[in-house]
Write a protein that binds this ligand. Structure first.
Ligand code: PRP
Length: 217
């Protein structure tokens, strides 16, 4: 075990990280250090299991995994679709379920129906472009925002938004509706392409245990 390489996990900061740690704990993968809320540490180690963990901003997780700075990443499929990195997607964890949707005021339905050249505000320009240009054959103007995208139609920046809908309460509270559904989303496990070959046994073992736990669960 002494010379064995660490397997490195990149997790998304926030809700998804807690859910992921809960699941990993069930298959015997723990990291005590990570539960310390006061800590400013960025990388957490489990020496016994030769594992390392770090938390990153969601869109950066596939980047760390593509370049091999992390062997395994857990991230939402929205980010996988948007970032389009060269990684293997190996498992759907089934939590973090939500939908990517076109949303807006009721009145925007007509604009969509007639394929008007509308303005679309979104944190997900790649997904929005693919949906409108390739799937719908509709020319639109995409406006990239970094959050609180629902503001777009409310303050007159855009006609519609492309965004994640989970409970729908953000839309409801702001007088917007789901107008079209683009795709369902959930948390996924991604693996670096080289790690998959080099550390195959240890990584496959982790993936198999996760699969079995999900099936039990
Ligand atoms: C996400 C998303 C919606 C909201 C949807 O935003 O962009 O705004 O959650 O959830 P709901 O359907 O349960 O209301 P997030 O909280 O990640 O923040 P952001 O708006 O800054 O992107």
């Amino acid at each position: 075990m002494e010379n064995e390489k660490y397997i490195v996990f990149a997790l998304c900061k926030g809700r998804l990280a807690f859910k992921t740690l809960e699941l990993l704990e069930k298959i015997g993968i723990t990291c005590e250090e990570m539960y310390d809320k006061e800590t400013r540490k960025l990388v957490f180690v489990n020496e016994d299991l030769k594992l390392k963990f770090f938390l990153a901003k969601g869109p950066d997780v596939p980047t760390y995994v593509e370049y091999g700075a992390a062997d395994i990443g857990v991230v939402g499929s929205d980010i996988i679709l948007e970032e389009n990195r060269r990684v293997y997607e190996v498992l759907d964890l089934g939590f973090g379920k939500c939908r990517m949707c076109v949303c807006g005021p009721e009145s925007a339905k007509e604009l969509l129906k007639h394929r008007e050249r509308i303005r679309v505000a979104t944190k997900y320009p790649t997904i929005a472009k693919d949906y409108f240009f390739n799937r719908k054959n509709q020319t639109v103007d995409i406006i990239k925002l970094n959050g609180s995208v629902e503001l777009g139609p409310i303050v007159g920046l855009s006609d519609v938004i492309v965004d994640i809908v989970e409970t729908g309460s953000t839309l409801r509270e702001n007088g917007l509706d789901v107008l079209e559904e683009i795709c369902p989303l959930s948390a996924r496990v991604i693996v670096n392409r080289v790690s998959m070959k080099m550390q195959n046994e240890r990584i496959c073992d982790i993936i198999d245990k996760l699969k079995a736990e999900l099936e039990r669960g």
